[in-house]
Design a protein around this ligand. Structure first.
Ligand code: ADP
Length: 334
């Protein structure tokens, strides 16, 4: 899926674009966020104003980019996409902001990774729709205030807590996206299957949904892998048996844990006797960045009841030991 096509878009990105819901009505799950957002947008439209800035937080693949696109579509405006790591200098942001049109939606993915000076420029832009452009260098430098059109910022982050307070406070609407239930993912798999022209049986579709880590992006990805399997080794129909066999081949276990999830649990139980252990140490043990362990693997493991965060570090729960087929040390079961 990393192969880049002649137009510079990876296969995965092309599928994601094709499968993205385009309106709030098409969106599946996240009922509360959907209802709240519909109100914010309708009210703003009624007043003829740009809506408040929106902060979306949650693990990767839950629909933050999709929601930003939907917000722009519902408002009938254009969307500009950028990301925190791409904005290293305040000037980068000033350039983006001075190029937007009245009412546009600016989407900043991974907004917590923006540089400090850019962040300060953003505060002013969010509040007063103004940026200071610095002209010249050293003692002779002057700040020239520049009015920019009113826009709606949609920021995305894995955890709202990663944002500095002053930035967080400037969002009028904040939504925390939660992992999806299997039934919701099943609807997403069915919708994607219909769009891709894949025939799935109800049990086959549910099997993919239940092993998707509560994440629509993973559900769509697994559907494509299972479809490959069905076409090459079966009759093309995604039924329960095909789904089982394909997902076992791709090492997605019955509870949807992927390789990283299992590596984290494995290290926690086998190398650190179930913890407590610090997340940095755990990350080194599995050869991953601390951020990836903390923001991708951990939230799912916590939610599934495999791992607990304690003041002294991460601890494996009895369920984790059981899932790995190991016997917990005495202290854990007591
Ligand atoms: P994020 O920005 O949070 O990483 P995306 O918005 O890129 O996630 O979503 C990943 C993929 O999952 C998209 O291609 C989209 O097709 C699908 N998706 C996300 N949320 C939903 C949803 N609520 N209903 C249907 N499909 C969804």
């Amino acid at each position: 899926s990393r192969l880049v096509r002649p137009d510079g878009v990876s296969e995965e990105q092309a599928y994601e674009a094709a499968l993205r819901p385009r309106s709030l009505d098409e969106l599946i799950g996240q009922e509360r966020v959907r209802e709240q957002l519909a109100l914010v947008l309708t009210a703003a439209r009624g007043r003829g104003r740009t809506p408040d800035h929106v902060l979306l937080s949650g693990p990767p693949g839950l629909g933050k980019t999709t929601l930003a696109m939907i917000i722009a579509a519902e408002l009938g405006t254009s969307l500009r996409l950028t990301s925190g790591p791409a904005i290293q200098h305040a000037g980068d942001l000033a350039a983006i902001l001075s190029g937007i049109n009245e009412g546009d939606v600016l989407f900043v993915d991974e907004i917590h990774r923006m540089s400090r000076p850019a962040e300060e420029l953003l505060y002013m832009a969010m509040e007063d729709f103004r940026v200071d452009v610095i002209v010249g260098k050293g003692p002779g430098a002057t700040a020239i205030p520049l009015q920019i059109p009113q826009f709606t910022l949609v920021g995305a982050t894995t955890r709202a807590g990663l944002l500095p307070g002053p930035l967080r406070d400037r969002f009028g609407f904040t939504a925390q996206l939660e992992y999806y239930e299997a039934a919701e993912l099943h609807r997403i798999v069915d919708r994607s299957a219909a769009l891709l022209g894949v025939h799935t049986t109800p049990k086959g579709g549910l099997e993919i949904a239940s092993r998707s880590r509560g994440t629509p992006r993973i559900a769509n990805r697994l559907l494509r892998r299972v479809r490959d399997y069905a076409e090459v080794r079966g009759s093309g129909v995604v039924d329960l048996d095909i789904a089982h066999r394909a997902l076992d081949l791709y090492e997605v276990d019955r509870l949807g844990l992927d390789r990283l999830d299992r590596a984290v649990l494995d290290a926690l139980c086998r190398s650190f006797a179930g913890g407590p252990v610090g997340v940095s140490t755990l990350a080194v043990a599995v050869g991953e960045e601390r951020e990836t362990v903390e923001e991708v693997a951990e939230p799912f493991l916590v939610r599934q009841g495999f791992l607990a965060r304690t003041p002294r570090g991460r601890v494996a729960t009895p369920t984790a030991w059981e899932h790995l087929g190991l016997r917990p040390p005495k202290a854990v079961t007591d």
